[in-house]
Design a protein around this ligand. Structure first.
Ligand code: GLN
Length: 188
């Protein structure tokens, strides 16, 4: 299995480090050719507006939309969640969102950089809490009926799955806890 990490902007290097700790071959994805080669994709946190523009600049938006539509397993964290959402509030005009998960998100809904925080996340079915790091994180304001909510914080979904797409509003690559990545790469 070859896992790609979208490497246009943001925290892609840390996701690669987690995957290498798990002995999973990870490759950086910046082109349509590289995207065509992979079996799974991580879309990292960073700045969703910049990633959106770079997807267009690198002619990746349409190939990515096609692969997501045909069920490419994908993990989107923070900005990655924004890109995989079906609706973005407070985006820039024309900002891409691919609708892999039927959620509406508000960019920076948890506040500014200085309001970053950590919180214990109780994930359904997991024995102990996961350390969630929230940095200018999006708030999931609504979720469609096909969305499985795997964790909430104060009644707001923070980890969701729809089909083969998994999204978190926090940054699992900063947690020193590899369970979320392991679970993602082991999913059928
Ligand atoms: N606020 C950023 C955005 O809109 C996301 C922040 C993050 O990924 N840590 O893209």
């Amino acid at each position: 299995m070859k896992v790609g990490v979208l490497a246009l902007q943001g925290a892609f290097g840390l996701h690669e480090q987690v995957l290498s700790r798990l002995d999973v071959a990870a490759v950086q994805v910046r082109t349509a050719e590289e995207l065509a080669e992979i079996d799974r994709l991580v879309i990292p946190g960073g700045e969703s507006t910049a990633i959106s523009k770079l997807l267009d600049a690198n002619s990746l938006a349409h190939p990515l939309a096609d692969r997501l539509a045909s069920g490419l397993p994908v993990l989107g964290t923070c900005a990655g969640l924004i890109l995989l959402a079906s609706e973005v509030v407070d985006g820039y005009p024309g900002q891409r969102c691919f609708g892999a998960v039927d959620v509406a998100v508000r960019r920076n809904g948890y506040g500014r950089q200085s309001e970053s925080f950590s919180a214990s996340i109780e994930v359904r079915g997991w024995e102990s809490a996961f350390p969630g790091v929230f940095i200018r994180a999006p708030v999931i304001e609504s979720a469609g009926t096909d969305v499985e909510i795997l964790a909430e914080l104060d009644g707001i979904p923070v980890l969701c799955r729809q089909g083969s797409a998994v999204v978190s509003s926090f940054h699992p690559e900063l947690a020193e806890d590899d369970r979320l990545h392991r679970w993602f790469v082991e999913q059928e």
